[in-house]
Write a protein that binds this ligand. Structure first.
Ligand code: D41
Length: 682
């Protein structure tokens, strides 16, 4: 790298950035994470500020966006579509706010703050109220005609909702694919062996650039307006926020999170609030956009080459970074599923150092065509396990350093054969309870929160007690005494200060919580057994339907299938589980060690008030916690789901409801206030 010679470094950066931009804009297939692009862009801009004489006319800082794809008709944008300058720190925010304040001689200008949707920018033109043309942003001056595709987006009105439309009105905004639709589409694509998209933005871009609008029509896209272009014959308000409200009154969707306020503290609060809620929003965002609200002040601030001086994109920490794949290890789960895990050169992603990522299964390794030694793009979003989303093939310089990933034929833990079932992506260790990995996972599941809920029984303790043969089966947990654990741990260096079992608060606490867990509920106990495909919801259905443990254990395949949500596969897993003598022995031991629960009132065939209904809860309820509300609904036969769909019977909302409220409204689903809810469950 030419860190010393600015002229050479500038040339290098221009070439690199232009190549990345082409891959991103023209081919919808970026080869480097956005964060890398942003960093290089930032470096180039800083160098150009320092050495203006070295500015290259083909520098990406002189241009906006990319070249349009030739397969679509070109559209000349009468009013150019500018881009946004990025900022990454509070210091830069302070500079921006000061610039806005000082230049205009007012101390506290008003701002409009918006989420920065991560999709594809586009322009939609209405003439006399009719949608006549839609185009991508292209290079900001010339875009591609995607009218037919945009017309298939369900929340884009084909005609404005007014009797008195402006003669010409161009709305600009972002087309995005909501996370839920993206997941579903990728799942279907994966199952069908088709191309999956790396993220919702690529999926949105790919969907809009379909030659066949019928394909676009099947993609779950939405549009949100964030600015106006051409406006003729319209009497527009004098600030940005009111203009968006005007547009919304014409039936054009505008993002609900948009807020106005004054001063830097308002901008900071907006940024922090959205950052905190980032994962619970139904679409991907990569920051917030802060705009000076007054159109007069906007005009007096003007713009530089590519972007207005009155607006900035304050970006969130990146969720995608580049690193190296050092190795692939194979993990065996509770059900024997063998999962390939990427061992990575540690890299900092959205606030956390990541050194492992999941590779899902063998198909995924093949799809990515990833090799050990490759440079990969990893993504960490929310609480989910980091994933490898792409391989940077361009960085495969030295083929001799690459090694193929070999999927094992035998379990790496117990040596049993690995089974692959036709049509199933997962490979499984056939060792069952002979496999220590499966056994340990079964133990971890048994003590987990939704199961027996034994506090203080962490993964590490389970591993250590298991590896030292102190516990083997689920039933051994209730045979543990403070002395057994203490005797084991006092020989371990990290507990060497303990003299007697009584000295160790931790050991005593653990024994106490083991004891406490003996009083449980029927659904918890069933779930804790770890029967394949029997999650918390199925365990609850079983408990409700059959009322007693013995009735469940004795149920036939046909009887099980009468329970809601239980099909052939699950029924098979349940009968199979109880047919194993080994499992029954452990169950008997568990029960004789004192595990108790109350039987449930049977609801076999009895219609309950909310049977067959599904509710969603959003916001904060004043009268009870969410878990209690959920339990009350379930007692009455309802199901409680985490997200709103067309199948939702109603959405119960408390104060500060989230996006689920908006979504329910959009879908015309019944909205139930807390008072109504209390009335319903009385
Ligand atoms: O949500 C967005 N991605 C977003 C993009 C937004 N909320 N506001 C934006 N405002 C502008 C200006 C200020 C230039 C009208 C933008 C963009 N531009 C933009 N998106 C892509 C390039 C520029």
């Amino acid at each position: 790298m030419n860190r010393e010679d600015p002229a050479l470094r500038i040339t290098e950066l221009v070439d690199l950035l232009n190549r990345y931009a082409e891959e991103y804009y023209v081919y919808d297939s970026p080869t480097v994470p956005d964060a890398e692009y942003d960093r290089l862009f930032h470096e180039l801009r800083t160098l150009e500020d320092q050495y203006p004489e070295l500015i290259n006319p083909s520098s990406p800082t002189r241009r906006v966006g990319g070249t349009p794809l030739s397969q679509f008709e070109k559209v000349v944008l009468e009013v150019p579509m500018l881009s946004l300058d990025d900022i990454f720190s509070d210091g830069e925010l302070v500079q921006f706010v000061n610039r806005a304040s000082e230049e205009n001689g007012i101390s506290d200008p008003e701002f409009s703050c918006e989420v920065k949707l991560d999709g594809l920018a586009c322009s939609i033109l209405y003439e006399n109220g009719e949608l006549v043309r839609a185009s991508t942003r292209g290079d900001g001056l010339i875009g591609e005609d995607i009218t037919l595709n945009v017309k298939t987006i369900r929340n884009v009105p084909l005609r404005l909702k007014t009797d008195n439309p402006p003669s010409r009105l161009e709305v600009r905004g972002e087309v995005v694919m909501p996370k839920s639709g993206f997941e579903k589409m990728n799942q279907e694509a994966r199952a069908a062996g088709k191309k999956v998209f790396a993220n919702p933005r690529n999926a949105a871009a790919g969907s809009l650039r379909q030659k066949d609008p019928k394909i676009t029509a099947r993609r779950p896209l939405i549009f949100n307006c964030y600015a106006l272009g051409i406006a003729e014959g319209a009497d527009l308000p004098d600030n940005h926020y009111e203009r968006l409200r005007y547009v919304a009154s014409l039936g054009i969707p505008v993002n609900q999170e948009t807020k106005t306020g004054r001063g830097i503290s308002f901008c900071r609060e907006f940024y922090n609030d959205i950052l905190e809620r980032r994962d619970s929003l139904p679409y991907e965002i990569d920051g917030v956009v802060i705009k000076v609200n007054s159109i007069d002040i906007q005009e007096s601030m003007g713009f530089v080459t590519r972007s207005p001086r009155w607006a900035v994109a304050y970006k969130f920490p990146a969720r995608e970074e580049m690193t190296k794949l050092i190795d692939v290890s194979f993990q065996v789960g509770r059900t024997g599923a063998v999962t390939p895990v990427a061992v990575l050169e540690p890299v900092y992603v959205s606030g956390v150092t990541v050194s492992n990522a999941t590779l899902h299964n063998e198909n995924e390794i093949r799809r990515l065509d990833v090799m050990i030694g490759d440079t990969v793009i990893i993504r960490r979003a929310g609480d989910v396990i980091p994933q490898i989303v792409d391989v940077v093939k361009a960085r495969r310089e030295n083929a001799s350093e690459l090694k193929a990933v070999v999927f094992p034929d035998v379990c790496p833990v117990c040596g049993s054969r690995i089974e692959r079932i036709e049509g199933e992506a997962v490979a499984r260790c056939s060792g069952g309870l002979f496999c220590p990995a499966q056994n340990k996972e079964a133990l971890k599941h048994f003590v987990s929160r939704g199961a027996m809920n034994i506090e203080g029984f962490g993964d590490r303790i389970i591993e250590e007690l298991y590896d030292n043969k102190i516990i083997r089966h689920l039933s051994d947990i209730y045979k543990l005494t403070a002395d057994t654990i203490f005797d084991f741990y006092k020989n371990q260096s990290r507990f060497k200060d303990m003299k007697t079992a009584d000295d160790s608060l931790l050991v005593n606490k653990l024994i106490e919580s083991i004891d406490k867990s003996k009083k449980t509920t029927l659904p918890r106990f069933i779930y804790a057994l770890g029967i394949r495909e029997v999650g918390e919801a199925t365990a609850l259905s079983l408990a409700r339907y059959f009322g007693t443990f013995d009735a469940i254990r004795g149920a036939t395949f046909d009887e099980l299938k009468k329970v809601e949500d239980i099909g052939d596969v699950v029924a098979q897993h349940i009968t199979g589980f109880f047919a194993e003598e080994h499992n029954n022995n452990i169950i008997e031991e568990l029960i004789s060690s004192g595990i108790v629960w109350d039987d449930m009132p049977k609801n076999e065939g009895v219609e309950q008030k909310f049977s067959g209904m599904t509710f969603v809860i959003t916001g904060t309820l004043a009268s009870m916690g969410r878990n209690e509300a959920k339990a009350r609904l379930q007692e009455l036969g309802a199901k409680v789901a985490g997200s709103v769909s067309s199948k939702t019977s109603g959405v119960i909302f408390g104060s500060e409801p989230g996006s689920k409220y908006t979504k329910a409204k959009e879908l015309g689903i019944r909205l139930i206030s807390e008072d109504e809810f209390l009335e319903l469950i009385r």
